[in-house]
Design a protein around this ligand. Structure first.
Ligand code: S3P
Length: 195
């Protein structure tokens, strides 16, 4: 694999977890604190495809979306020094995980299903989450998210080097914990990023 990186850049901080876990919000805060670029694999896919994730699912199917997502991961993992938010299903593909781990470290933002339901039931992002289509009432959402989490648990757990239990804390506080972890984790912060 070709890696466009210098010794001066820290490893990527890669946030993983279920839909609604706050990866993008937390990732943007961490990126701002470190003055790093923030990259979101869903956004990357949408920019390349020129349409929303939901439109890709509807018109081309999930398999086509996963191919595009793999390509987004390939591009993201080719550069270091970024903060990356992953679509919730990225780590289900072991090749994605291997690529991401070559240039970064994955942090699993683990949020209880009850909290996800509260957030996603009122989500303003229907275009982004076609897997939840038709499951907007809280009970249906709870069953769907519990099943997805159970199916993905091993992939989330084994791909991550750090599991962050948000424990109802704000995104700002969780972002500070990511930063504290990054300071301890060899190679994540560049010499310039260290306090
Ligand atoms: C998905 C999560 C979504 C998006 C797509 C599929 C998943 O991203 O990639 O709808 O498989 O969990 P977020 O986790 O950012 O919502």
């Amino acid at each position: 694999m070709t890696v466009d990186a210098t010794d001066q850049q820290g490893r990527n901080i890669v946030l993983s977890g279920m839909m609604g876990s706050g990866k993008s919000t937390i990732g943007r805060i961490v990126a701002g604190l470190l003055d790093r670029p923030f990259v979101d694999t869903d956004k990357q896919v949408e920019e390349t495809a020129g349409c929303s994730v939901a439109t890709i699912f509807a018109e081309q199917g999930e398999a086509a979306f996963r191919d595009m997502e793999r390509e987004a991961v390939r591009q993201v993992a080719a550069t270091q020094g970024q903060v990356v938010s992953l679509g919730g299903g990225v780590v289900m593909d072991p090749d994605n995980v291997a690529r991401l781990r070559a240039t970064g470290d994955i942090v699993w933002i683990d949020v209880p299903v009850e909290v996800l339901v509260g957030r996603l039931a009122s989500s303003a992002k229907p275009n982004k989450r076609p897997l939840l289509e038709g499951d907007q009432d809280p009970d249906a959402l709870h069953s769907r998210l519990s099943a997805l989490r159970a199916e993905r648990y091993d992939a989330y757990a084994s791909s991550a080097v750090y599991v962050l239990d948000t424990m109802g804390r704000s995104s700002e506080v969780v972002a500070q914990e990511v930063l504290a972890w990054a300071m301890q984790q060899p190679g994540v912060l560049s010499p310039e990023e260290r306090p």
